[in-house]
Design a protein around this ligand. Structure first.
Ligand SMILES: Cc1cc2nc3c(=O)[nH]c(=O)nc-3n(C[C@H](O)[C@H](O)[C@H](O)COP(=O)(O)O)c2cc1C
Length: 170
């Protein structure tokens, strides 16, 4: 079993986190807002989901920023981590979901393995993102502002990638 940690500025990410848990019920036992989490909460699980909406100019949410120094107290080695980010490809298409790359870089720096990171950019329309590596988004991309009708299907496709990454059959 694993845990999901999320940050939010205005609450949209909460419902997305809940949908993710619903679709990954066999793998995610708990969802935790990052402003009520500690580094110790990350310790026991080999599978983690980390998510944030994107603020400022491609930045993490304030709650993640406040937590960020604690990331250096977490040893991610041996942990498989799946990432998700919310953004707005129309209003902020010049830095769409770039917050996800900040999480990606830190998890790798701390020894973790990123899974479910082969998310195609097909179907999105934006100018620039930092969150693409080797032509794929490094995790699940959700745009609740413009494409909320696609959210459940996007979560479902990514959930399958997670199952393959953990080598479990649904
Ligand atoms: C002031 C402001 C800045 C934003 N900056 C970005 C951005 O840089 N990139 C992006 O993709 N979305 C950006 N967004 C869009 C939010 O990420 C999006 O509305 C998201 O659904 C908010 O989720 P939350 O309510 O969980 O914080 C911004 C929104 C606002 C209001």
């Amino acid at each position: 079993m694993g845990k999901l940690f999320y940050g939010t500025q205005t609450g949209t990410t909460v419902a997305v986190a809940e949908s993710i848990q619903k679709q990954l019920a066999e793998l995610v036992s708990e969802i935790k807002p990052i402003d009520r989490s500690s580094a110790a909460d990350f310790a026991d699980d080999d599978f983690l989901v980390l998510g944030s909406s994107t603020w400022g100019d491609g930045e993490l949410t304030d709650d993640w920023v406040d937590f960020w120094p604690q990331m250096d107290n977490i040893n991610f080695s041996g942990k498989k981590v799946a990432l998700f980010a919310l953004g707005d490809q129309v209003g902020y298409g010049y830095n769409f979901v770039s917050s996800m790359k900040i999480m990606y870089d830190k998890v790798l720096e701390r020894g973790g393995t990123i899974i479910a990171n082969q998310i195609t950019k097909d179907g999105f329309d934006f100018e620039h993102t930092e969150a693409i590596v080797d032509n794929y988004f490094v995790g699940l991309v959700i745009d609740e502002v413009n494409e909320s009708h696609l959210t459940e299907d996007r979560i479902a496709a990514w959930a399958q990638e997670i199952r393959s990454g953990l080598m479990v059959t649904a």
